[in-house]
Design a protein around this ligand. Structure first.
Ligand code: HEC
Ligand code: HEC
Length: 283
């Protein structure tokens, strides 16, 4: 039944053009929410949805992902769409304070205005939960938030995704999902000393991923990457989590699949796979 839902929504959207835009937007916001992995960080294990996540341990200290439910006092109930777009794109709070890149606005900034608005509308459908977020526990000098102003000035140039006209729409959709909401590079690309992903080695794997976990190479390199996988095998992995050799995805990727790529449309999985397999082999 659940699998039929997107089809039903599509039928409703076609049958009633007047409401079609609204239904389409709700479905789009939900897809972006899933592929964006918001739950993975902002919902604690066994806790209420989006009311604050489990601590993220990093070499800089511990981050506590905040409550992003519509609660006015402890969540973001007092925000409007413009505040949300600014947070996701500029990495700035409504009062202008810079966010730590542990919040992957470093990828989300590529999302379009229309998509950010659809995602915002979806977030507003969650029940408000009153639950205060503890402050981060970061070591000096990382605990000085204003230091991020320099970091952002040097390394963060927000810019919505621009499609490549020489590629077809499926490839461009895949590039958008991977580089923007999917934030796949945040884990799969190694970082330099400033914590900035090394573009020359995009998707070449990260020996020191989140939680110290090793993240594999997903370029088309045939030995170290996934160049030997067929498009169908990759689509299947993103849907079910099973690799061509029969192993199941573990670690952080299990969550990315369970809460993310398994919940989007087959067409979107195909788009992601098409883009990934087009990446040049890198090591
Ligand atoms: C990898 C973990 C991670 C993911 C995934 C993530 N966030 Fe966050 N988010 C954080 C952290 C950590 C902060 C706190 C940043 C800070 O304090 O500077 C944050 C902060 C925020 C804030 C600012 C809240 C406030 O009170 O100022 C918003 C809004 C937000 N995230 C929305 C989202 C949405 C929407 C998604 C999914 C598209 C998402 N986040 C996915 C980790 C994450
Ligand atoms: C939070 C970190 C994280 C994010 C975000 C992430 N991945 Fe992964 N990914 C991993 C880890 C860790 C593994 C290894 C899983 C395992 O050990 O089974 C992995 C494995 C994979 C593999 C299988 C590679 C292999 O050789 O087995 C593919 C394909 C993949 N990821 C694609 C993606 C795509 C596409 C996205 C974005 C939609 C993404 N990943 C986002 C951490 C991440």
């Amino acid at each position: 039944m659940l699998r039929l839902l997107p089809a039903l929504i599509a039928v409703v959207a076609v049958a009633s053009p007047a409401r079609g835009g609204e239904v389409g937007r709700a479905a789009r916001g939900e897809t972006l929410f899933h592929i964006g992995g918001c739950t993975n960080c902002h919902t604690a294990e066994g806790g209420p949805a989006l009311a604050g996540g489990d601590p993220i341990r990093t070499p800089f200290g511990v981050f506590h992902p905040p409550n992003i439910t519509p609660d006015a006092e402890t969540g973001i109930g007092g925000w409007d769409a413009q505040d949300f777009i600014r947070a996701m794109r500029d990495g700035r709070s409504p009062d202008g304070a810079p966010y730590y890149p542990a919040f992957p606005y470093t990828s989300y900034h590529r999302m379009s205005d229309a998509d950010l608005r659809a995602l915002w509308a979806h977030l507003r459908t969650f029940p408000p939960v009153r639950r205060a977020t503890p402050p981060h526990e970061l070591r000096f000098p990382w605990n000085i938030r204003s230091g991020l102003l320099l970091w952002q000035w040097l390394f963060h140039a927000p810019r919505p995704f621009v499609p490549d006209p020489s590629r077809d729409p499926l490839w461009n959709r895949g590039a958008y999902l991977v580089l923007g909401p999917g934030h796949c590079a945040e884990c799969h690309t190694p970082r330099n000393w400033f914590g900035v992903p090394d573009r020359d080695r995009a998707f070449a794997g990260n020996p020191d991923g989140p939680g110290g976990e090793e993240v594999p190479n997903i370029t088309s390199d045939r030995e170290r990457g996934i160049g030997a996988w067929s498009l169908e095998q990759l689509v299947f992995y993103l849907r079910i989590g099973m690799r061509p050799d029969g192993d199941f995805a573990g670690g952080e990727m299990a969550e990315v699949i369970e809460n993310g790529t398994s919940r989007i449309s087959e067409e979107d999985r195909r788009a992601i796979a098409t883009y990934l397999l087009s990446l040049p082999p890198r090591r």
